[in-house]
Write a protein that binds this ligand. Structure first.
Ligand SMILES: CC(=O)[C@@H](O)[C@H](O)COP(=O)(O)O
Ligand SMILES: NCC(=O)COP(=O)(O)O
Length: 249
């Protein structure tokens, strides 16, 4: 029987639009409420060190007012750890950050930073926060994640989304499939996300050991044309269709 695939709606880029004018509109909290109405299973927000989209105040307000679990994405810095420990969201996904990047370019080097990341995983885990590590679909990084005691990994799907031809995309999809299978074998819960769209979500949703997708930028972009709830509902339909196709194969 196929497992339920959760949808975490990332509301970062609602804040990007708001911040373009410096006022309160559009409010990511309103987006979170609409995501809940559209059937999202969780809300994801990335508090970047440079606060280019989500702000500290957004996190405060999300923690106070949403009913859905919050997945706080953050870099492994002392400042972010203190914020996460103060709020204790349902989950924290630790992600790499480079100030000059336009978006999250790759996964964490868990294998090369075990000591540092273990301390974060332990502190957050002890506070009751479910810790996930945002990694490339690389078995060595998954083994390192398990070694440092993280219960969850989120596979970076950006290379799959960016692949320009069918063969390259198939190769990236195979890397995701193999990594998700490896996660299950070593006892890690497996999520995936970054750059997912209506056009590419199906084959990722079909991977049976992936239990959560986090999707944001495309949903906010589509919302301009069809509305936020409608964009989420359409994504949900495509995820469900992909899951069903995977189960039938
Ligand atoms: C880690 C990740 O993939 C998300 O945070 C998402 O990409 C939105 O944030 P940015 O666009 O700022 O990378
Ligand atoms: N962790 C991935 C995420 O939250 C959403 O990424 P994107 O859909 O905004 O690229």
């Amino acid at each position: 029987m196929s497992r339920y695939l959760r949808l975490g709606v990332n509301i970062d880029h609602v804040a990007t639009i708001r911040n373009a004018r410096g006022g309160p509109h559009p409010d990511p909290l309103r987006a979170a409420a609409l995501a809940a109405a559209a059937g999202a299973d969780g809300i994801t927000a990335h508090l970047r060190e440079d606060r280019r989209h989500i702000t500290d105040d957004d996190i405060e307000r999300l923690m106070r007012s949403i009913d859905l679990p919050l997945n706080l994405e953050m870099a492994a810095t002392e400042e972010m750890l203190a914020i996460a420990l103060r709020h204790r969201p349902h989950a924290c996904c630790i992600v790499p950050e480079r100030r000059q990047e336009r978006t999250t370019e790759g996964g964490l080097d868990v294998a090369g930073n075990r000591g540092h990341l273990r301390r974060f995983a332990q502190a957050l885990g002890a506070a009751g926060v479910r810790v996930s590590l945002f990694v490339a679909p690389d078995p060595a990084q998954l083994d390192a994640a398990r070694d440092i005691g993280a219960p969850v990994v989120e596979l970076h799907t950006g290379a799959y989304g960016d692949a320009e031809d069918g063969a390259a995309r198939a190769a990236e999809l195979e890397r995701l499939r193999a990594a998700a299978a490896h996660a299950e074998t070593i006892g890690l819960e497996c999520h995936a996300g970054h750059g997912l769209t209506y056009g590419n979500v199906g084959p990722v949703a079909a991977i049976p050991t992936v239990v959560e997708l986090n999707i944001g930028h495309y949903l906010v972009g589509e919302a301009v044309f069809v509305g936020f709830e409608a964009s989420i509902r359409r994504m949900r339909e495509l995820m469900d269709a992909g899951r069903a196709a995977g189960a039938a194969a």
